[in-house]
Design a protein around this ligand. Structure first.
Ligand code: NAP
Length: 517
């Protein structure tokens, strides 16, 4: 029998009383560990987090909480080798792809630690200026932001067991709000291990950081009016959460990051020899293959001027052909596996759907697997599809295949390109490639209403840019419409989810000290 991972709730470790769900290695197929949350007293555990964890965190300043985040960074850094081993085994990722998750998560935590230091010895935030409410300036209004007295339930997707944890937990803890993280079952091991290392180090006060692995049953039922739920995952689960009684009747604040059909756009006026063309090709191939395309921000739709359709197809295909696929333990392998058999089948089914309206420009099934048995390993080669008449191909604008798959499409003019991109009904990110700074700026603004982030790549930033799919803690992550309508990160903006805003109307003799004047 494999190890049954313990849950941490109510300031104690509990192993579930059920048989447990096994987690597997998606390349060799063996069972690794089990998770189970049966028998946990959720009501008592949630109350402990709110009352003990919340009170202790709120008693500290932003600066003190930032210092705790910095200590957690140190602890996590000292166990990185273990995290890499878990990621290879449980997520089937090559080292560089594991780094996106593991080091990306630790970097994000470190960024919020520094923000805490910069916020200083304060217990609340002021929001905007004093506002006069009448003729006499003595009675005015000041908005403040104070930490909510509830807890933050963080429900994560399988593809980022580390980054997904810390990008949510860092702003919550810095805000003074205790967190309970529920990782996706498939890859819960890494999340559980990171939380365990931080808990064992005794950094945060009891009740501040808890983890529940296994079934999500009952989690939403345990929420109360001042709690927050921050969810990343599929649109279907998001709909269940949004319609839950806790949200509908108790106004539990909800943030949703769902799926997205992100685009890459080569602006008009570039040719196949241009630097911008090269930058697009490179980024598309990279985005398709990093983490086997299992990134919510990955490029799914590639738009180029009509005259460049064939050139782009050839150039992207040539790069994809060099991608070695298979066992991430083999150093020649560049792209590992999908996370499990269910995702493998889902990618195959999604590809079949897209193929009804597209042509295959590079066929992933021609990639022989390195060091992996095709009957067992959940590996798929990268596939580039193409559609010459994208207006009539509805599937490419509404079907997210969560794997190494993208579709190339030609556009007539800039207006047509923008119209096609908007058919994604709201995405996390679009990237724009070109050398005309003015056209780039105008296009970015036109995409801003339907995207959380617009990533503009001109040749002058070729060696500087952070990547289409990389989520930086300083910039917003989230998107309107089908992307879930959520907002995360964006520097201090992330703290807003975990604070309550209130207007204090009073004499300026009361308000000025609050403003530190
Ligand atoms: P999922 O099946 O929706 O699961 C997401 C999380 O919700 C898991 O922890 C899951 O737990 C939990 N869950 C399932 N049913 C629930 C319920 N009734 N109440 C509360 N929680 C529940 O999504 P996934 O398959 O893990 O992730 C893939 C999807 O996530 C893709 O569509 C991708 O686009 C999206 N994604 C979006 C972002 C973003 O930032 N926008 C990032 C990554 C992924 P169990 O695992 O135990 O079922």
């Amino acid at each position: 029998m494999t190890e049954l991972l313990a849950n941490y709730l109510g300031g104690q470790w509990h192993t579930g009383t059920g048989a447990g769900t096994p987690l597997h290695d998606p390349v060799v197929g063996n069972a690794l560990v089990r998770v189970d949350a049966t028998g946990l007293d959720l009501a008592a555990g949630f109350a402990y987090a709110r009352e003990r964890g919340g009170a202790a965190l709120r008693a500290m300043t932003y600066q003190q909480r930032g210092a705790l985040l910095a200590q957690a960074v140190q602890v996590l850094n000292s166990h990185r080798d273990v995290y890499y081993a878990i990621a290879t085994a449980n997520s089937g990722t090559v080292k560089n792809d594991s780094a996106v998750d593991i080091d990306g998560g630790i970097f994000t935590l470190g960024t919020y630690a520094k923000m805490g230091e910069a916020l200083g010895p304060r217990h609340f935030l002021t929001d905007g200026e004093l506002a006069r409410l009448g003729k006499d300036p003595l009675f005015q209004s000041q908005h403040v932001q104070v930490p909510t007295r509830g807890l933050a339930l963080l429900i994560n997707a399988f593809n980022f067991p580390s980054w997904g944890l810390w990008e949510k937990a860092a702003p919550a803890l810095l805000s003074g709000v205790p967190v309970i993280v529920k990782p996706a079952t498939t890859t819960a091991w890494l999340t559980q291990r990171m939380v365990k290392d931080v808990v064992d180090a005794g950094i945060f006060p009891p009740g501040a950081l808890s983890v529940i692995c296994g079934s999500s049953a009952g989690l939403m039922d345990a929420l109360e009016p001042f709690d927050v739920v921050s969810f990343t995952g599929s649109a279907d689960t998001a709909a269940l959460i949004r319609s839950h009684r806790a949200v509908v009747h108790h106004s539990v604040r909800t943030n949703v990051e769902a799926d997205s059909l992100n685009s890459a756009l080569l602006l008009p006026g570039e040719d196949a020899q241009s630097a911008a063309f090269d930058l697009l090709v490179k980024e598309v191939a990279r985005e398709m293959t990093v983490k086997s395309g299992q990134k919510c921000t990955a490029i799914r739709r590639v738009l180029v001027p009509q005259a460049l359709y064939h050139d782009a197809a050839q150039a992207i295909a040539a790069r994809l052909a060099k991608t070695t696929v298979g066992n991430p333990r083999n150093e020649t392998v560049r792209m590992g596996a999908l996370v499990n058999r269910e995702q493998f089948n889902s990618v195959k089914a999604g590809l079949a759907t897209l193929k009804t309206q597209t042509e295959v420009l590079h066929d992933g099934s021609h990639h022989a697997l390195v060091d992996a048995d095709p009957a067992v390993a959940c590996c798929v080669g990268p596939t580039l599809l193409g559609v010459r008449e994208p207006d009539g191909a509805s599937r490419v604008h509404d079907t997210e295949v969560f794997g190494p798959v993208a579709t190339l499409m030609p556009y007539r003019d800039r207006a047509h390109a923008l119209e096609l991109i908007r058919r994604g009904q709201g995405s996390l990110v679009a990237s724009v490639y070109g050398s005309d700074a003015q056209a780039m700026g105008t296009t970015a603004l036109e995409l801003a209403d339907s995207h959380g982030r617009v990533h503009c790549i001109s040749p002058d930033v070729a060696a500087l840019h952070t990547g289409h799919g990389n989520v930086m803690p300083q910039s917003l992550h989230g998107g309107p419409g089908r992307a879930g309508g959520g907002e995360e990160l964006g520097g201090l903006r992330a703290l807003g989810l975990y604070h309550r805003r209130a207007a204090i109307q009073a004499s300026t003799t009361v308000l000025q000290p609050l403003r530190g004047e």
